[in-house]
Design a protein around this ligand. Structure first.
Ligand SMILES: Cc1cc2nc3c(=O)[nH]c(=O)nc-3n(C[C@H](O)[C@H](O)[C@H](O)COP(=O)(O)OP(=O)(O)OC[C@H]3O[C@@H](n4cnc5c(N)ncnc54)[C@H](O)[C@@H]3O)c2cc1C
Length: 251
């Protein structure tokens, strides 16, 4: 990808596929000539322009794994009364062109540069659409090996809100060091080993104990209140503050 565009230039991408992931979250594949050279955890900015010239710009994490190919996947949750996410859900169609820039972000990425951070156990904590950058990390691990121990604690309201349930369950069934735990906040636990409550310190400790050693890095992503609660739970379970990286979506 030597001739890839400079990072922060706006360019035109085409929506090449749309899929419904959950009642509130859809997947949008964006393709652009030259592709997107990115690292797991990064995001792009998208810009919409109305006929009168009004523009709206938002950030969306890249959910696909880094690698060859000219498309990236975004997972967009429809926010009630929002400007941009309802456009994607209600108006955007396959073949439409969208302005995009990026990838962006050098902090919330995995693996990092240093040897220990690239090979030590990792814990991921996602709330709803906050799964997007974390599933990029999960997919990257699955495709690239070696099988670094990784645990994903994914909080959803109901089992039907689990994004990519089959994909995640299949990865766990491979028993190669990927652990999945679901925290269902409005319903019964989905499977044995899952939880039916909001994330708390006991739950965080339970999930950390599924790793062979303490994580060298924790990545937490979701709405502001979710990130506050999940990071507090990790701290209360004994994780050091400098291990934890957060990405906040708003709200
Ligand atoms: C780095 C980064 C990555 C992001 N990645 C994603 C992603 O992968 N998928 C995704 O769906 N969104 C993501 N977001 C959020 C996204 O940028 C928009 O904020 C979101 O789509 C709402 O935009 P909107 O125009 O529809 O609503 P707006 O018109 O901006 O406002 C709607 C209201 O919803 C609030 N809000 C925004 N996001 C959330 C949330 N997650 N939970 C609760 N309230 C919220 C806003 O603060 C505002 O009050 C990301 C944000 C950042 C900063």
């Amino acid at each position: 990808m030597t001739d890839a565009p400079r990072k922060l230039e706006w360019r035109t991408a085409t929506i090449s596929a749309i899929a419904t992931l959950t009642p509130r979250i859809r997947s949008f594949m964006l393709s652009a000539p030259g592709g997107f050279s990115f690292r797991a955890g990064q995001h792009v900015d998208v810009r919409l322009t109305a006929p009168d010239g009004y523009t709206a710009q938002r950030s969306y994490s890249i959910a696909s794994a880094p690698g060859p190919g000219d498309a990236i996947e975004l997972m967009i949750e429809k926010m009630r009364d929002g400007e941009v996410s309802p456009f994607f859900h209600d108006v955007a169609d396959v073949g439409d062109e969208i302005e995009v820039r990026g990838p962006i972000g050098g902090y919330f990425i995995w693996p990092e540069g240093q040897a220990q951070e690239a090979t030590g156990p990792v814990v991921l904590v996602a709330g709803g659409s906050g799964l997007a950058p974390l599933i990029s990390m999960v997919r990257h691990r699955a495709l690239s090996g070696p099988r670094i121990p990784m645990a994903l604690l994914f909080s959803v309201r109901t089992p039907e809100d689990v994004i990519c349930a089959d994909e995640l369950a299949t990865l766990q069934e491979a028993r190669d060091g990927f652990e999945l735990a679901l925290a269902v906040t409005r319903g019964a636990a989905w499977r044995p080993g899952d939880f039916s409550r909001r994330i708390d310190a006991d739950m965080a400790a339970d999930v950390l104990a599924r790793l062979p050693a303490a994580p060298v890095r924790a990545y937490v992503c979701g709405s502001n209140p979710f990130v506050e609660a999940a990071a507090s739970a990790l701290l209360a379970s004994g994780l050091a503050a400098d291990v934890i990286r957060t990405e906040r979506y708003g709200g």
